[in-house]
Structure formats: C-alpha cells, structure tokens
Design a protein around this ligand. Structure first.
Ligand code: COI
Length: 381
C-alpha cells in the first residue's frame, strides 16, 4: 500500500497545491524484476517513478507515484532542443528489511534548486522533493540492495517539457524521479584510477554553468572522456578555462589532495568559485575529515604543483569523490608532458579512512550528528 504524501507535511512553507497522490502503482503484468547484480550503473530501474508537472499558470501540480514507463513527449520539447534540463544524484541505503536511510535529500533539493535557477527552470520546492523521495523509496524499498557500497541510486531530472522552439524559458516543465540499485561505480575492485588531463577541451568557464548539474555539462565532457579512455585513463581531469593551469574537478567528481601521512595528514581541495560542481559528498568529507582532526584547506591547486609535489613525496594521496563513486583514489595521472604516479599508485589510507567514515554514516553504524540520514519506513500492511 502507498499512502498519499502531502508535500507540505515536512514544512509549513510548502505551497498548498502540491500533493503527491499515488497513481496506479501496481506493476503491469509481464514486467519482472531483472537481476540488478552485475548491472552497469543506471541500467536496471526499479518498478516505479514519480512525475510532477509545472506550468507558469498553475505552478507545481499532478504529483503522482506511478509505474516506471516511457514518457510521452512532443518532438518539439524544448528540453530536448535547447538543453533546459538539470538533474541530481543521491542514494538510499538499506537499514533493515523495513527501513531505509536517504543521504542528505535536503542538500540535493537545494542544489537542484540552484541548478534550476541557473537554467531558468522553476525550483522544485524542497518539501515536494523530499515527499517524492519518500514515496518512491517506500514503494520500491525491496529494490534497495544489501551490503557495503551498495545502495539505491535516486535520479531526479527536471526539464522543460513545453512543445515550443522559441528561444525563451519554457512555461511547462516536468520533474521525474527514478531509481536503480547500484554498487561501486568503478566496479567491484577497490583500485586506484588513472586520470588524463584534458588538453583540448574545457568543462566550464567563469559565468557559465559549471556549478549547475545540467545535462549539457556531461554531454560536453564525452569527447574528452573518450580521448582519455583511448589514452588508457578512467576519467578526465578538468583545468580552468582561463589560465589552463588550475585543477578544477575530475569527470563528474570533486578532487582532494593529501599532504603528509597519518594523523598529521592535511587535505587540500579546489575552492567552489563557480566553475566547479558543489559536491554533497565533497562537503560531507570536509566535515568528516575535520571531525577526524585532519586539517582541510580550500585553495587553488596548480597542475604543476600536483606533479612536483608527487615527485617530491609531499602529496601522498589524491582521491576523487561523488555520490556515485563515493571515495576513489587516483593512482596515476597522464599529463601532456608525460605521466606521473601518486604515492605508490594504490588506494591510500586517508581515502580509505574517510570512505569508511562516510560508509558508517550511510549504514547507520556511526553517529549522525549533522542529521544527514533521512529515514524512510515501509508502510505497515
Ligand atoms: C554522481 O556522482 O552521482 C553523479 O551525478 C556523477 C555522474 C554519475 C553523473
């Protein structure tokens, strides 16, 4: 059974006209749950989805939990033509057979709202975002896998659904929330990845959309990602657009540089200057690292310094982080003037310690002093 959830249930400031009502939530006959084990990232989706409509005239309305199914769209849908589209990625973790915990849904709601503002899309109210999340996680709770590093990945997308090709922001939009079970983004091995510095391509420029999670940022990265793969790398390192000197981020992940070892290790990460995605995992790791007594500095990191400090042994580890990949060590860098190795080229202890600390919060095995985990319980039958 799925109960109706009013979006206003979690805050007094919610718009009164948004109600998430269950649609026909039974899965159509013939659709069987395929094995999620071994599926690639984002390949096998759960049985349901949430859709919510917005129009300039009526605001947010028609919020429905319904079976996962294709959307019907006009070929003139503006989001397809002009890329007026933003998305998020966050996760629900299994706690018990009847309880899950969603990690920082409000932070993701806020980031989606910031992305929406940048792309001239309407903001999804945070209470609606959370109500949609609760409804889908509750309905498809049986899809949440068990085990370390396994979770239900939640993917909201908000796009201009109006059928028009005039160059103006759409007056009709659709918010869709889907989900899929996932394991480690880079496969089961806890290996350090190889990264290639993007030479000919730029991800984001000052004043652009780099801080927004919009589809165009990812499509624009594919060519560089393909070139990196040809060079034998797993991911691209993006440099700043102006001086082509400062390290910004890694593929779809933020980067941390570790100086020193043990309890005296210090972390350095590029600052959020508008061209870097403000990662929720990045933020969580800064907090957890400081709680572990590690110093964290947000300051620009030059590519030359990365190489020189690795050669001198000052940089002991580098790791990337994101919702999908959690914490992933970087073992080798392919630069224009040749490759270099980070530390001993293997996953480092600071990355391991932070990854474990984060996983313990995800799984409810550590205290959650910041209230990051949002519990969702199965409906009583
Ligand atoms: C994530 O880390 O969740 C992302 O959104 C990056 C990518 C998989 C799209």
């Amino acid at each position: 059974m799925t109960r109706p959830v009013t979006a206003g249930a979690t805050t007094a400031t919610a718009p009164p006209d948004v109600v998430l009502r269950p649609g026909p939530v039974s899965v159509p006959a013939g659709r069987r749950r395929p094995a999620a084990d071994g599926a690639a990232f984002g390949e096998v989706f759960t049985d349901h989805m949430v859709t919510v409509r917005w129009t300039a005239a009526d605001g947010w309305h028609d919020a429905v939990l319904e079976p996962f199914a294709p959307l019907e769209l006009s070929p003139a849908t503006v989001g397809l033509h002009y890329g007026q589209s933003v998305f998020e990625g966050f996760k629900a973790y299994r706690r018990t057979a009847d309880r899950a915990a969603v990690f920082r849904p409000l932070a993701h709601a806020r980031r989606l709202a910031a992305s929406a503002r940048r792309l001239a899309l309407p903001e999804v109210p945070a209470p609606l975002f959370v109500a949609a999340t609760e409804a889908l996680v509750r309905q498809d709770m049986d899809w949440i896998p068990e085990g370390d590093d396994r979770s239900l990945y939640l993917r909201p997308v908000l796009f201009a659904s109006e059928a028009h090709l005039a160059l103006r922001p759409a007056r009709a939009c659709l918010f869709v929330l889907i989900a899929f079970p996932t394991g480690n983004f880079f496969g089961a091995d806890a290996r350090a990845v190889t990264v290639a510095v993007a030479e000919d391509h730029v991800r984001a420029a000052p004043g652009g959309t780099g801080a927004a999670k919009c589809g165009g940022n990812y499509a624009g990265a594919y060519r560089a990602q393909e070139e990196a793969a040809r060079r034998g790398a797993d991911q691209v390192v993006w440099l700043d657009a102006v001086e082509r000197r400062w390290v910004e981020e890694l593929g779809g992940m933020n980067l941390f540089f570790v100086y020193g070892e043990g309890d005296r290790a210090e972390l350095l990460t590029p600052p959020l200057t508008g061209t870097i995605l403000p990662g929720v995992t990045r933020d969580a790791l800064i907090v957890l690292a400081r709680d572990l007594g590690l110093r964290v500095t947000e300051a620009p990191v030059a590519l030359d310094r990365w190489r020189e400090d690795c050669a001198a042994g000052r940089i002991t580890e580098v790791f990337a982080c994101g919702t999908a990949a959690r914490v992933t060590s970087v073992g080798r860098v392919l630069g224009a003037d040749g490759p270099w190795t980070v530390g001993d080229g293997r996953p480092g202890p600071v990355a391991g310690r932070l990854s474990a600390a984060l996983a313990a919060v995800h799984r409810g095995e550590a205290a959650d002093p910041y209230g990051w985990c949002h519990p969702v319980d199965r409906d009583p039958c």
